[in-house]
Write a protein that binds this ligand. Structure first.
Ligand code: GDP
Length: 298
């Protein structure tokens, strides 16, 4: 993970550490290297700009202080700044005070929503909650079946379209699923929605209709970390089109560049809630900015 970015940063830090005293020119050279590494890792330009500005100012301070190990101080400054860009401490999920909590998953096709539904379902079940996965992705031919398989592996119930609960109508499936959860005292309803390969208005409208039908406590925007530069545009389109309360970064195991996670918080303002790191149901964790910064700099 983050090999490219990590290697680049490591190289420039190595040069920095070998210096006993740090001049402003040394800081400028390092900040320039960091800037290029971030841009090559597809980090959004405004984020790169703010990041390098903050690092430069703090690193000048370290250089001027004539501290021992000035290079080490700059590394610390970069770590702190990474944590800030990634959103600091991650917040707790929002759960309903009473009645079912609704989590809605949104994102492009292939982003990892259905897989995430299973991961969340298993995680919540293991924490003692009852869970219903609702198959409101009726776009992809195999999506309902895939959710049923995932639900079985996760050990949680799946609500699929059947005559009477909304065949062909994702909004009706969501609504009837929520009613079923209410009647049966199910704690958490996770609504899987359709994504397209690219953002389109029809998909956005459908997501809005589902959102308005079930009133989610959390709308999680699932973002494939591998889509690089497109991440910012996709996230912005979903933010404006549907809105979301948090981001789940998926496929971080395959992310050679890491730019998406560094950009998404700064660009959308929404916190990253989870990091998905594989196809298995246990391959995910709560997102910790500090841990992620550590991985980037390790
Ligand atoms: P959806 O269209 O958004 O529902 O996406 P899926 O959940 O069907 O995932 C698309 C593909 O990505 C599937 O082959 C998943 O196994 C795979 N996938 C999902 N999450 C991850 C992840 O975190 N890492 C990796 N390597 N693959 C993932």
């Amino acid at each position: 993970m983050f090999n490219n970015l990590s290697d680049r940063l490591r190289d420039s830090f190595k040069r920095l550490r070998s210096k006993g005293v740090l001049s402003e020119a040394d800081v400028d050279a390092t900040v320039g290297e960091i800037r290029r590494a971030l841009i090559d890792a597809d980090v959004a330009l405004p984020v790169v700009r703010d990041f390098t500005k903050a690092v430069r100012e703090k690193a000048y301070g370290a250089a001027r202080s004539q501290a021992l190990n000035p290079g080490q101080q700059v590394v610390r400054v970069v770590h702190e700044q990474l944590v800030e860009v990634l959103g600091g401490e991650s917040r707790e999920l929002v759960f309903a005070q009473r009645g079912p909590t609704v989590f809605m998953l949104a994102g492009l096709q292939g982003a990892g929503k259905t897989t995430l539904a299973g991961k969340l379902g298993k995680w919540l079940r293991e924490s003692g909650k009852t869970v219903l996965l609702v198959a409101s992705d009726l776009q992809r031919p195999n999506a309902v079946n895939q959710l049923q398989v995932v639900g079985q592996r996760a050990g949680v119930e799946v609500w699929a379209p059947e005559p009477g609960n909304g065949v062909g109508d994702p909004v009706q499936v969501a609504r009837s699923g929520l009613a079923h959860a209410l009647e049966n005292g199910i704690d958490v309803v996770i609504v899987d929605t359709a994504g397209r390969l690219g953002v389109d208005e029809e998909m956005m409208q459908q997501a809005r209709d589902i959102r308005d039908a079930v009133n989610p406590h959390e709308i999680m925007f699932v973002l494939d970390a591998m889509i690089g530069q497109d991440a910012v545009q996709t996230a912005t389109a979903f933010r404006d089109g549907v809105g979301f309360t948090g981001v789940v970064m998926s496929k971080l195991d395959g992310d050679a560049r890491g730019g998406a996670s560094l950009s998404v918080r700064g660009v959308t303002g929404a916190p990253i809630l989870f990091a998905s790191t594989g196809e298995g149901l246990d391959d995910f964790e709560r997102f910790h900015a500090d841990r992620m910064a550590g991985r980037i700099l390790d």
